[in-house]
Design a binder for this molecule. Structure first.
Ligand code: MG
Length: 374
């Protein structure tokens, strides 16, 4: 019997702006899932990161199961009714389509899933980010699964030393899933060449080359590609199996101490460092900074342990202070240059209309005009 982990998350409404869901909204989603769980699920856990609610589910129905996806979709619809009744901001924001069509992919919610034979011990990490896009995980995954400077297991453990297969998606392609498979370590420079552009190329999954087992699944949806305009940041979730044939939990967490710059923050339009935060944290400064939480679990025959909060340790307080300093340093630059995202991202915002209107007022100076000025 294989176990499937499915995490489906959406922003369906928030108190006081893009900050956090209300307790009543969370309770609505929990009650909806609790009532229907016995028919479909082995176990589940519901949490929030920033303004996003995530439903983590275990079951035996495999990936892309219509009933599992429908359950999450309907729970978010029920939550949206509560959000509207409470006057929450952005009620139903991530539910971009009206009719459910069998899979939440392409409809707004983010989804990451993995099906596997449980190991004797099955530790895994559930990451949830808010105010950023899926490319935010590119650098941490590169460092954890490829770089021996971060992951000594690549030197010390023979199975890990066989390397990992990366499946990378071109998320600018909207006709289907445009992917490439590359092997670490021999394709390292090719992987780096793609992952340096996190708005376009996103790690979708990582696989052990020693055993063929899946290590990582990342939600790759880009909301602006679905909606055709800016409707909020993608806020990706990620599942990572740890230990044994995979990097240790500490090797997977370590790259998040860099506080690397990611796309997101205010109006999803800025370059801001990613702050590792405690579970169920909200949003504050500059509709950010972009945050990531990490819940560690073990699972046995589909039954989840309680989560351990991997970024609650005092070590991460220093990281948070550094990220806050980096954030304010970049914010001093306001709209200028690299403080904002490139036009390829901003073209989904209102600035496109502004620039189009200004464009009609440009003219090419003619020689006569120059003479008159003299
Ligand atoms: Mg969000």
């Amino acid at each position: 019997m294989k176990t499937t982990l499915s995490v489906i998350k959406a922003d369906i409404g928030s108190i006081g702006g893009h900050v956090a869901p209300s307790q009543l909204l969370l309770a609505t989603v929990k009650a909806y899932i609790a009532e229907r769980a016995p028919r479909l699920l082995l176990d589940y856990s519901i949490s929030h990161t920033g303004d996003d609610i995530a439903i983590l589910m275990t079951h035996t129905r495999g990936e892309d199961d219509p009933q599992i996806h429908q359950l999450a979709w309907d729970a978010f619809r029920a939550g949206t009714d509560t959000a509207r009744a409470q006057g929450l901001y952005g009620a139903g924001q991530d539910l971009l389509k009206d009719a459910f069509s069998g899979n939440v992919k392409g409809m707004g919610p983010a989804v990451a899933e993995m099906e596997f034979d449980e190991r004797a011990a099955e530790p895994f990490l559930f990451f949830a980010a808010d105010k950023t896009d899926p490319g935010a995980y590119n650098l941490p995954l590169y460092l954890a699964f490829i770089d021996p400077m971060n992951t000594p297991g690549l030197i010390l453990s023979p199975k890990i030393a066989k390397g990992y297969r990366f499946i990378i998606m071109d998320v600018s392609y909207t006709e289907g899933d445009r992917i490439i498979e590359l092997n670490a370590p021999e394709d390292l420079y090719d992987i780096a060449a793609l992952l340096r552009d996190p708005e376009r190329y996103v790690v979708e999954s990582v696989w052990s080359r020693a055993t063929g087992e899946q290590a990582v699944s990342v939600a790759t949806s880009r909301l602006h590609n679905i909606a055709g305009k800016y409707t909020g940041k993608d806020d990706p979730v990620m599942l990572v199996r740890a230990q044994m044939n995979f990097p240790a939990t500490g090797e997977i967490l370590a790259p998040f101490a860099h506080g690397h710059f990611v796309g997101g923050g205010m109006r999803g339009s800025h370059q801001v460092p990613l702050m590792p935060v405690k579970l169920n944290s909200g949003i504050s400064y500059f509709d950010g900074p972009p945050i990531v939480s990490c819940a560690g679990y073990c699972v046995r025959q589909g039954k989840l342990t309680e989560p351990v909060d991997n970024f609650a340790h005092p070590f991460w307080d220093t990281v948070r202070h550094r990220v806050a300093e980096k954030t304010m340093e970049m914010r001093r630059q306001g709209f200028f240059g690299t403080a904002m995202l490139p036009m390829s991202e901003l073209e989904y915002t209102g600035i496109a209309e502004k620039l189009a209107a200004l464009d009609t007022r440009f003219h090419v100076r003619v020689a006569q005009e120059a003479l008159v000025k003299v």
